[in-house]
Ligand binder design. Structure first.
Ligand code: GDP
Ligand code: MG
Length: 758
């Protein structure tokens, strides 16, 4: 079967065309050795079936990001035909890649996409002229309207399977290129012209090769040709391809984009507008007081709470999905629907199994863990949907561009912003999203700080403990405590990035070379595909890693060292409790170690169970609270009944405080620790897949050390304010040491260079 790969700029319509071509035959896998999606399918409507491969979007064949490397390697090594998809509303910019594709020996056919837009704007493209100057077939299509696709595939299947690379360079440049190409051809390298051009362009992958530097020096005669070649390329495109457009007038889509851009990328307003957009997204997805209806009402008489409505049990469950003293946002409503559903399933399954331990294992262990994670899926999906809309419309590209200026000061590029923001929803997709980052070290730094952006699953820890501090100690305001903890996480992220980028992950931020696509109206079908792409990973992890680990934790907490089953009430005799007691002293400097007495190990255990899923932290309080009551510990006024009615975990937290006598600073340190330490298993597995083994171990150590220090700072300063001076002094010494070390290193390197020269 003939194979064609789709190559083109991001947003040029590759995925749309791919779907139109392959329909239901498409399937997704990974590229060998890397976790970047590989989509394959078959086009069956022609005279013979043709295999289609969707390549990651690229702006040029000189790669910056891992995805770009994949596309380049595929094009050069697989030797299939290439369908170069070109956004016809941005002809010149897109043809930049085309000129590079033509330098390879691979057969290329150009698909001029988005012709519907071009026509709507009243523009025409001289296809014959374009074909002549490119020397390859050009077909006008609209992937979206599925027009011209049969013609495209017919001409593709008729193409010769061999082609000789052609380049646009002339004069002295051409002579030099030809000399290098000759050398490559003699060595039997495939696509010699392409490699010659890339070598003279100082392409990183090319220079690394054996003997490349010598060849470059010989051919270029010591001259740096990179700038001259880029210049020649742009000039050629401007001269030859703008005539292809009969009217010089910009397409309507572009001018409209320019107008929108005047507002959305405004020097002053861009960021406030973006913050407003983000706020709206988070509000719709997570707010428990949608549009602040409850808050407005409380200015007057206020709305009745769910209890005050005196509904029958079934009715209360139903209304409770939408309302409790305030109207819930759509995201919360979705969450509640799943919550009720999962609750019913767990109850039914648990009740149906007579054997106590088996019912506990399946209902509490397996289903409980699985649902705890899947329960967040609706909100995470919703968040994804909003972000996909922003991405699809072209807005995200602009935001990355606007933020680039600010992020550069912290040693990151604007692109790292998206993954960080997504971290507020869930670290798993956020880490996957770092694939768009060009620089490996920047990518590692970003993955490491993503968990500091407190995810949806950590919110319950915040609500329960903040609620407990306010109710039990009568201090502060729960919202203010929660907000401060979010801010603490973000501050920790900034400081960590600054530290990493000036020590172990030093490096220049790569230049921002993203092109701004014209604004598009997002398409439903596309959106759903993006959503599915991103959900898949999440669901897969829930069903594998989380499944296994919840079973393991359940077993550890219900088995004693001599392998006897223990009921819930005897959990403090379990293997898990023994481990908790063993590691308890580690947490003493953080305020929740030895000093909180006999039952203090619950905090240690909660921290461990949090590694499975952060929801477990408060759930552990609930379970362990129940067993404390059962063995008659002093938990104040808390009884088994009030614990049962404890939806937000506040009562469980209060029971823990009563039993242990833990202080407020220690509770805050506990939150801080959980927020910044090793994230849940799913996120850890993702980090491992994204970073590779070497970086991964360092990342685990980083999370442990960072969370330990942050929690220690919170606890000590909270308990003894004057320790702030000690920490400040430690920070000052650290910064000085880093600065000195960096200067010293520079000095050494210079010396080394002198040595070599001598
Ligand atoms: P990719 O990044 O190259 O995979 O591009 P997509 O397939 O995701 O398409 C990017 C955007 O362009 C989407 O919003 C599509 O709906 C839109 N698009 C794709 N093809 C066409 C087309 O032929 N006409 C129009 N008007 N829009 C299109
Ligand atoms: Mg795509």
């Amino acid at each position: 079967m003939k194979t064609f790969a789709l190559a083109g700029n991001p947003n040029s319509g590759k995925t749309t065309l791919f779907n139109a071509l392959t329909g239901s035959t498409a399937h997704v896998g990974n590229w060998p050795g890397v976790t970047v999606d590989k989509r394959e399918g078959v086009y069956k409507k022609g005279s013979e079936p043709i295999a289609i491969v969707d390549l990651p979007g690229i702006y040029s064949l000189s790669p910056y990001t891992p995805e770009e490397v994949i596309s380049r390697t595929y094009i050069l090594e697989e030797k299939t035909g290439i369908i170069n998809i070109v956004d016809a509303t941005n002809l010149e910019r897109n043809l930049y890649l085309t000129t590079q594709l033509l330098e390879t020996d691979v057969p290329v056919i150009v698909a001029l996409n988005m012709m519907d837009e071009v026509e709507k704007a009243g523009d025409r493209i001289d296809v014959a002229a374009l074909e002549k100057s490119l020397g390859v077939p050009v077909v006008e299509i609209s992937a979206l309207k599925e027009k011209g696709i049969a013609e495209l595939m017919k001409r593709a299947s008729l193409m010769a399977t061999e082609r000789k690379g052609t380049s646009l360079f002339t004069g002295a440049l051409k002579e030099k290129i030809d000399k290098a190409a000759e050398h490559f051809a003699e060595e039997g390298v495939a696509s010699p012209l392409f490699h010659a051009v890339k070598l003279l362009e100082n392409d990183e992958l090319e220079i690394e090769k054996k003997g490349a530097k010598e060849l470059l020096a010989a051919v270029s005669e010591g001259e740096d040709l990179e700038a001259a070649m880029a210049d020649a390329r742009y000039k050629y495109i401007a001269e030859h391809f703008s005539v292809a457009k009969e009217k010089a007038k910009k397409s309507e889509a572009l001018t409209k984009s320019d107008k929108i851009d005047k507002v959305l990328t405004h020097r002053v307003w861009a960021i406030p507008i973006f913050i407003a957009v983000l706020f709206a997204i988070f509000h719709v997805t997570f707010a428990e007081d949608f549009l602040y209806i409850g808050a407005w009402a409380s200015l007057g008489k206020g709305l009745p709470s769910l209890d005050e409505l005196n509904l029958s049990e079934g009715m209360a469950t139903f209304v409770g999905i939408f309302y409790d003293g305030a109207v819930f946002s759509p995201g919360v409503i979705l969450f509640n629907i799943f919550d009720v559903l999962f609750g019913k399933i767990t109850e039914a399954v648990g009740g149906a199994i007579a054997t106590e331990w088996l019912s506990g294992l399946i209902a509490d262990g397996i289903l409980g863990g699985l649902f705890a994670v899947l329960g967040f899926l609706p909100q995470i999906l919703m968040l994804f949907m909003w972000f996909s809309i922003l991405e699809d419309s072209g807005y995200m590209a602009r935001i990355a561009f606007v933020l680039d200026r600010i992020f550069r000061r912290f040693g990151l590029s604007g692109r790292s912003f998206m993954p960080m923001i997504m971290g507020f929803g869930c670290s798993v997709p956020a880490m996957i999203n770092t694939r768009t980052l060009a620089d490996e070290k920047e990518r590692v730094a970003t993955v490491r700080v993503i968990p500091f952006f407190s995810c949806g699953a950590k919110l319950p820890i915040l609500t329960a403990i903040a609620g407990c501090i306010v109710q039990h100690f009568g201090v502060g305001n729960p919202d203010a405590i929660t907000l401060c903890m979010y801010l603490l996480g973000m501050a920790a992220a900034i400081v960590s990035v600054l530290l990493m980028r000036s020590t172990t992950l030093k490096g220049e931020v790569p230049p921002f070379i993203m092109e701004l696509p014209a604004y598009h109206r997002p398409r439903f079908k596309n959106l759903m595909l993006h959503l599915w792409d991103k959900t898949k990973h999440f669901v897969k992890k829930a069903f594998t890693i989380i499944f296994v680990s919840t079973v393991a934790i359940w077993l550890l907490s219900h088995l004693s060292f001599d392998w006897h089953y223990l009921a819930d009430e005897r959990m403090n005799e379990s293997i898990l409790a023994q481990i908790g007691k063993l590691i308890q002293p580690i947490f003493t400097p953080l305020g929740f170690g030895k000093q909180i007495g006999a039952y203090g190990w619950v905090f240690a255990v909660a921290a461990i169970t949090g590694l499975i899923a952060k929801e477990n932290v408060i759930a552990t309080f609930g379970t362990l609270g129940a067993c404390l009551i059962a063995i008659g510990a002093n938990v104040g006024g808390v009884t088994a009944d009030t614990l049962l009615a404890d939806e937000e975990g506040i009562t469980s937290a209060i029971a823990m405080v009563q039993a242990t006598g833990i202080t407020i600073p220690a509770l805050l340190a506990f939150i801080a620790f959980n927020m910044t330490t090793i994230p849940c298993f799913a996120a850890v597995a993702t980090a491992k897949a994204e970073l590779g083994k070497g970086r991964f171990v360092g990342t685990l150590v980083f999370w442990l050390v960072a969370s330990y220090i942050i929690a220690a700072v919170v606890y000590t300063i909270g308990s003894w304010w004057w320790t702030a001076f000690i920490w400040a002094a430690v920070a000052a010494v650290t910064v000085t040491l880093i600065v000195l070390r960096n200067k010293g290193k520079l000095h050494l390197r210079k010396k080394g260079a002198c040595h070599e020269a001598a």
